[in-house]
Design a protein around this ligand. Structure first.
Ligand code: GRF
Length: 196
């Protein structure tokens, strides 16, 4: 079974969907660790509930991103983690993690990239008055939501949508898409190079 870590900063509904898929036998993976950069985040309670170990840290207590990423890498290695799933981790991944897990870090973003990268993708889509937005799963590189795209789905923006209603529609799609894609990637032979 492939050993994965999930990185999250907030509510963790995608984390929950991943855990549920593992429990249901739909995702063949061992979730070894939750990494969280917000010690009070709700996602930590979710991990505790399922007995999943958590590494939480306060970035501002470290001198640099490289310093906290070195600690993260040593935590990941102590659990034998092979693959990293970002699920609402509100931070750019730096050199140290990218080098240690090259081609083995993926992210989910609530837009049809390259449209609306970065923060508040749902608000950006509403402001732009588009008829469709989407969800994208992509490999992580040093840019902001710029890595190679793995899978995308389109989501309609409906008349009268608010950030809340649109986000709910997007998250529903995310919760189905992400565990399925993770499972597909982990079934491939290679870990340690880009899994296409
Ligand atoms: C998701 O919409 C994801 O696309 C984005 O951050 C959000 C995290 O939500 N990267 P949650 O914490 O999984 O509920």
């Amino acid at each position: 079974m492939r050993k994965i870590a999930v990185f999250a900063s907030g509510s963790g509904s995608n984390f929950q969907a991943i855990v549920d898929a593992v429990e249901a036998g739909e995702l063949q993976a061992d979730i070894e660790l939750l990494v969280c950069d917000k010690p009070g985040a709700k996602v930590i309670d979710r991990a505790r509930h399922f007995g999943i170990p958590t590494y939480s840290f306060l970035p501002k207590t470290f001198a640099s991103k490289a310093d906290f990423e070195k600690e993260i890498v040593s935590e990941l290695q102590s659990y034998g983690v092979e693959f990293i799933v970002l699920a609402g981790y509100m931070r750019l991944v730096g050199e140290v993690l990218l080098k240690a897990y090259e081609g083995c870090i993926i992210n989910i973003h609530p837009s049809y990239l390259p449209a609306f990268p970065g923060k508040d993708a749902v608000g950006q889509a509403l402001k732009a008055n588009v008829a469709e937005t989407g969800v994208t799963v992509h490999y992580v590189d040093s840019g902001m939501d710029t890595g190679p795209i793995i899978e995308q789905v389109r989501i309609p923006v409906l008349p009268g949508d608010t950030e809340q209603t649109l986000q709910q529609r997007i998250q529903k799609a995310e919760h189905q898409l992400y565990p399925a894609i993770i499972n597909k990637l982990l079934q491939k032979d290679t870990v340690g190079g880009i899994l296409h």
